[in-house]
Design a protein around this ligand. Structure first.
Ligand code: CTP
Length: 398
């Protein structure tokens, strides 16, 4: 379940494009996230996918026309009863009608009366997408406050390659979630670090750790969704860059330190989530080390503790650290909070099932300067991030 989406009422509009089949997956994901979903199909969409598919997936009536069914005002009911409207996929025809304020069918009429967030995900052939009229219509919709998800580049239905592909249902779910959360961090600048660092031994080998970067990325996305300006300093990960976040890629602890110092002064909130390697090779070889003797001994030297340094420089910033522990979690976390001059430390037991490195969920204890601590149950890392944003906001209000 996804706390942001639980009990939210989402209206999904599907227009007539070849990618309409992907809407079935979006409806399924939304329902699995706890939302109540109602679907409106345009006449053209019904040529590509049957209303029955959506009825079965959502468990709700599917609407296709202004003058069908018992409700004489289905567009007003739909506009009043839902928290968010997403149009997935949105054709050039729908975009043109909506940009012109035309109400020619149930979906375009509903959009006109919709007061909540409207998310539009265009998909079409790249030649159509590049057309000046389509571009102008999209710019106008953006001006009106609609959230436009740019189509992706890649192989299109006709075999050509270009921009026009419908983004995945998972990516759209993320945008929907972002559109529903309050923008209560607007005006704040966040600096977040994520992922591991890699300390080279030679040009092909390195020492690193199992951090996936998932928790730090979730923090960056949560802060962005709530309106903050976010710089994410990321060590090497396999994750996609979160749209709307300024990403600064680094490899080693020394590079991460330089980047952190560069953005620290301007930041209001700094969350050091990266798993920084404590040591680096003292003499990394400029050439690939050849196989030779039966044993080799490597010498390591200590990396700077970035967070400790930020703690010394801290003035107006709220400083949050993480603590990965395998025992005596509270004791170690408290020691780190004090030694590094932190306002808050987020600690987890790395060996615990459903927590720590690589997992999609986390179980954390949060300690504050005044001695308070609280424990969050196991939840999705994005949900943990949202709860941490609540705490950051509370601390800034004090
Ligand atoms: N950290 C850092 N620079 C380092 C090491 C850690 O900025 N060289 C930060 C981490 O990003 C985290 C916090 O310090 O926010 C605690 O990191 P952790 O690895 O749990 O602890 P350490 O301080 O490295 O201590 P130990 O390894 O002994 O547990």
């Amino acid at each position: 379940m996804n706390a942001v989406l639980v009990k939210k009422r989402i209206l999904v509009g599907v227009t007539g494009g070849i990618a309409a089949y992907k809407a079935a997956e979006l409806v399924s994901l939304l329902c699995a996230s706890g939302a109540t979903v109602t679907v409106v199909l345009t006449e053209a969409a019904c040529q590509f996918i049957r209303p029955l598919t959506f009825k079965a997936l959502s468990g709700n009536e599917v609407y296709t026309g202004l003058f069908e069914g018992h409700d004489p005002l289905p567009h007003i009911t739909a506009a009043k009863e839902n928290d968010l409207l997403v149009v997935y996929p949105a054709t050039a025809n729908f975009i043109g009608h909506t940009a012109a304020g035309l109400a020619t069918d149930l979906l375009t009429t509903t959009v006109l009366g919709f007061k909540g967030p409207v998310v539009i995900s265009p998909s079409m052939n790249s030649r159509m997408f590049d057309n000046a009229a389509v571009q102008q219509n999209l710019a106008r919709l953006q001006e009106y406050g609609y959230v436009i998800i740019p189509p992706e580049s890649g192989r299109l239905a006709c075999g050509e390659v270009g921009q026009g592909r419908l983004p995945s249902p998972g990516a759209v779910l993320e945008v929907i979630r972002g559109a529903l959360v309050p923008k209560d961090l607007k005006g704040l600048k966040f600096l977040v670090t994520a992922g591991p660092t890699r300390e080279p031994l030679d040009p092909v080998r390195y020492v690193s750790n199992r951090s996936s970067g998932k928790m730090g990325y979730a923090l960056a996305r949560a802060a962005r969704d709530r309106g903050a300006q976010v710089v994410l300093i990321n060590g090497p990960t396999s994750l996609d860059k979160p749209p709307g976040v300024s990403c600064v890629g680094v490899r080693t602890a020394l590079e991460m330190r330089d980047a952190a110092l560069e953005y620290f002064e301007a930041a209001d909130v700094v969350i050091m989530c990266a798993a920084v390697s404590d040591y680096r090779a003292k003499f990394p070889s400029p050439n690939k080390v050849k196989k030779g003797s039966e044993e080799i001994v490597l010498e390591f030297i200590k990396n700077p503790d970035i967070l400790e340094e930020l703690g010394r420089l801290k003035r107006h910033q709220l400083l949050v650290g993480f603590a990965a522990e395998d025992d005596n979690i509270l004791e170690h976390a408290r020691r780190k909070l004090e030694a590094k001059n932190l306002d808050m430390v987020v600690a987890n037991l790395i060996a615990q099932e459903g927590a720590g490195f690589e997992a999609d969920t986390n179980i954390v204890k949060v300690l504050f300067r005044d001695g308070r601590f609280l424990e969050l149950p196991r939840m999705d890392k994005y949900e943990v991030a949202q709860r941490l944003m609540d705490m950051v906001l509370d601390m800034r209000r004090v």
